[in-house]
Design a protein around this ligand. Structure first.
Ligand code: NI
Length: 176
């Protein structure tokens, strides 16, 4: 278990389409241990395997009174392997996002407000959930990483993209 370096925007691995994970053995357990340690150390709301240089379709996410998202709804801690998303609405909502691979910055990103996500947990047990609001936003952000997309590529108004310390003075962004 170790806190791994988080790759930053511009690194080619972040732009790859990640490969489906085959098997739920010790290799996955070791990857998840590193991902959990890294996400916790950075106070992230989620982390995708490509962010630590592993181009596999594995994400983790979860929010419990996270200092980076003081107003955010809680999201259950989830390990999601080989995820699939089905959008349940055409309604889109704008919201501020940050990313550990885009440190120090925030931007407004439109996301679908309701979706169903399926996949597998760390033991290969199926997951099938409906998510709305911030939960749905986090799922879309993390799953985008598996298709080589970072949130700035989803933005439609670049005037609402900037440095956290300027946009939100006083917000503790050391752990961005
Ligand atoms: Ni991210």
């Amino acid at each position: 278990m170790a806190v791994r370096e988080v790759l930053k925007m511009g690194h080619p691995v972040l732009a790859e389409v990640a490969q489906p994970l085959q098997g739920f053995g010790p290799e996955l357990k070791a990857l998840l241990a590193d991902m959990k340690d890294t996400m916790a150390a950075q106070n992230g709301a989620g982390l995708a395997a490509p962010q630590i240089g592993v181009s596999k379709r594995v994400v983790i996410f979860g929010v419990q009174s996270n200092p980076r998202y003081p107003d955010a709804e809680e999201v259950p801690f989830t390990v999601l392997v080989n995820p699939k998303i089905e959008f349940l609405t055409s309604e889109v909502e704008e919201g501020w996002e940050g990313c550990l691979s885009v440190p120090g910055l925030r931007g407004v990103v439109p996301r679908f407000t309701k979706l169903r996500y399926t996949g597998f947990d760390e033991n290969g047990k199926p997951i099938d959930r409906i998510a709305e609001g911030f939960h749905a936003r986090v799922v879309q952000h993390e799953c985008d990483h598996l298709d080589g997309l970072l949130y700035p590529q989803r933005m439609t108004d670049m005037s609402r993209f900037g440095y956290t310390e300027v946009l939100f003075p006083g917000m503790d962004d050391n752990e961005d």
